[in-house]
Ligand binder design. Sequence first.
Ligand code: ZN
Length: 646
Amino acid sequence: MTLSSKPWRRTAPRPASSTGTVAALAAITVALASAALPTAAQTAAQTARTAVPALPALKPTWDLSTLFASDEAWDAERRALLAELPALRALRQGFGRDAASLRAALDRLSDAQRRFSRAWVYASAHGSTDNRDARNQERVALMRAAGGQFGAATSWVPGAIRELGTEKVEAFLRADPALAKHAVRLRDVLRQAKHQLHPEAEAALAALSPALNSTTSTRSLLVNADIPWPELTVAGRTERLNDTGYARLREHPDRAVREQVFKTFFGAYGRYANTLGTTLAQRVEQGVIQARLRGHPSAVAASLAEHDIPESVYRTLVAEVGRGLPTLHRYFRLRQRLLGLPDLAYHDIYPDMVASPRRFPLAETAALTLASVAPLGADYQTLLAQAYAAGTMDVYPAEGKSSGAYQSGIYGQTPLIFLNHQDSFGSASTFTHEWGHGMHTILANRTQPYETARYPLFVAEIAAFTHELLLQEHMLKQAATREERLFFLGEALERLRGAFFRQAMFAEFELATHDAVQRGEALTGRRMTQLYCELLGRYHGQAEGVMKIDPVVCSEWAYIPHFYRPFYVYQYATSMAAASHFAQRILDGGARERETYLDVLRAGGSMHPVPLLQRAGLDMRSPEPYRALVARMDALLDEMERLLPQ
Ligand SMILES: [Zn+2]
């Protein structure tokens, strides 16, 4: 997934641009070395050892018949899977009698899981390309129902593993090497066993869970169906200021329009702060209570325990972002200067600092991405070119198509890449981001058995951001004019703000709300607005005179749906820091640095994220990765300031 799509960019359309003169390129390459990027000699060496593979013909719509030859074939598989459920339930009998029977049962379960996800991908991919088609809706609904049944038929598995106990499971693992592919899952279940409640309490919680988990749908119905969103007339056109309208208009070139948009939109959220605050407070309380019941020291610790991530990773991120705020403020001052504004407000964050007429049509975007990953080696490029040729992309916006972008992995096949490409640089970044996920899937699938190929979000976004950073560097290297160079520097800076600082601010808000409940304080919409106002002020340098925060925008917390998935978004910030580290190493280094990075991708989900990254020389509990990212941002700012007239 991507953090934000920029569907609207006011730049004049122009045919695919050329790459500029060789002389200008050479001059830029030298200037670039100062921003701690590869030297001209290294760049030349990399270019020499990897000739970019030819761009294959690109199909703009995906072909799902490689998954199932027909809808009938898909439905036959769905029925076959449902017919198998009694047998999966029956595996409970004699489960783990000996190593061989444990392996047979787990193999059978993962085979069913693999077939199930394949059928699910087919249904959901059809659904996202046309939500209006009743057959598509039906297929998704059928798979949801099948998923519920599948979950119920296999819900006994973790309990049965816990019953076996660590000693027995470890003995089985020693006795039968073919059990190794199941080791990660077995040990994860056992590691978390101490947080399990008495079976009766677990059953009671499970029975209550539909009622406990209703906050997300309450919010969604309120925001998408019940709130009468205000309208605003912009250049003679009536615009509805719901989430979509806001996302489109917040980068409007006219400052007065932007100010109106922010006041109106966040004013509307503010009017529902009581209700939305109660809904979110319930979600926070749920997390705090569950953590306490299960014997975790805090809600954040409980959430991170799933992938064995120490709480210090989260706390270090927040502390280090706090230290890096002067760099963010420096960026805001530069933004104010480039936009030519007498002061800076929250509604000035989204318009481009530097305009660019350049367009990024599909073929050019694909070619640029292919060229930009040259530092990852010729094999990597060849794999990417082959994946392009597989016809698994759905590229352009269409009536009934879902918004946004995603990558969907299928074991043993080229992943699906879902896009809404609009020829902007934002679209090009999304393209390369999703193919970063795609290549991660391809490498993990080639290296790992099905059971350990799937990777958690904590590492997933690293692959996607590394692709984005490599594309940024490639564009900077190519930029032929000062303006072009300023444009790409501006894009790089804005990406660091959005993916690192903003997500860290959200992470801090989540900590503050959970801490308040843990201390027994009343958490209301009003209190959330206060907390958010304090954070906005601090992050945007209100006391330092960088930006004045209009209190009306302090209801922005109500607009962020991710808060209903607590302690999730911090992983964008940690991933951006990790990606900056790896991109730098890859660009500065040689085969060893490249392979170290690729080994992280190849590992899939075979190791927990923190030790996996540590093996690659990156300690996410230490301040270093976050400081390196801030240093990179300073280097980009230095470079941009040098290019501007004094
Ligand atoms: Zn992503």
